[in-house]
Write a protein that binds this ligand. Structure first.
Ligand SMILES: CC(C)(COP(=O)(O)OP(=O)(O)OC[C@H]1O[C@@H](n2cnc3c(N)ncnc32)[C@H](O)[C@@H]1OP(=O)(O)O)[C@@H](O)C(=O)NCCC(=O)NCCS
Length: 193
């Protein structure tokens, strides 16, 4: 059977993560790629690690953070999250990932715009922040399409190991989106509970 990758934003929504077998399989598939290394606190290389990754996001009442699955026709193909929610300053940190076979269809940018709307309207936040290594321009394109504005470069902020196990430091490009900023041109994904 010729199965098309689920890339289209028209049928995509945001929804809470579950610890169903299908969602755990989606998490494992998404993390099974080189560019996802470093996107979680530990390698997501087995069912137990995937369960640990999803566990904090099963609560319905967001306090310090929220993660939402990007759902296409019932399959979780990506994630958008707002963490480090600071109620005093009304800020949060945004990040995202999309499973390799679902990339290139606008999902990350529409999902990030949808998460931003949720953060501004439902969580009453004012400023959302995100950043990416300068060698990950795709992430920056997602940010700009979702209405985020570049702020600057943080020099040598992150330290990762290269293929030979040697430490390499990376500059980081930072962005923000304020509640008062103009909405992006794209159609944001909506939360379906
Ligand atoms: C970065 C990532 C989230 C993009 O997901 P996606 O669903 O393919 O993104 P979109 O389809 O919404 O793309 C939005 C824009 O980014 C561009 N883009 C996406 N990936 C790109 C890449 N690797 N290089 C250059 N541009 C890229 C797209 O072309 C599109 O721009 P356009 O509309 O002007 O053509 C995905 O590649 C991913 O999960 N990467 C690994 C995790 C990661 O890097 N997360 C960000 C950490 S800061």
């Amino acid at each position: 059977m010729n199965q098309q990758p689920p890339k289209r934003t028209e049928t995509a929504t945001l929804r809470p993560w579950t610890d169903s077998t299908a969602d755990i399989a989606s998490i494992l598939q998404a993390f099974d790629t080189d560019d996802m290394a470093g996107q979680a606190g530990e390698p997501i290389n087995g069912v137990e690690a995937a369960r640990r990754w999803v566990a904090p996001w099963l609560e319905r009442e967001p306090r310090s953070g929220i993660a939402l699955a990007i759902d296409v026709n019932g399959r979780a193909v990506g994630n958008v999250m707002a963490t480090a929610i600071d109620r005093r300053h009304e800020t949060a940190w945004v990040s995202y990932w999309v499973s390799p076979d679902a990339r290139g269809g606008g999902l990350a940018s529409a999902a990030t715009a949808g998460l931003a709307d949720y953060c501004f309207q439902e969580l009453e936040l004012f400023r959302l922040e995100l950043a990416h290594r300068v060698n990950n321009p795709g992430s920056g394109r997602v940010a700009v399409k979702a209405g985020f504005v570049p702020e600057g470069i943080e020099r040598a902020k992150l330290r990762y190991l290269d293929e030979a196990g040697q430490p390499v430091r990376f500059d980081v490009q930072t962005y923000s989106r304020l509640r008062a900023d103009p909405a992006p041109l794209l159609t944001p994904l909506r939360l379906k509970t």
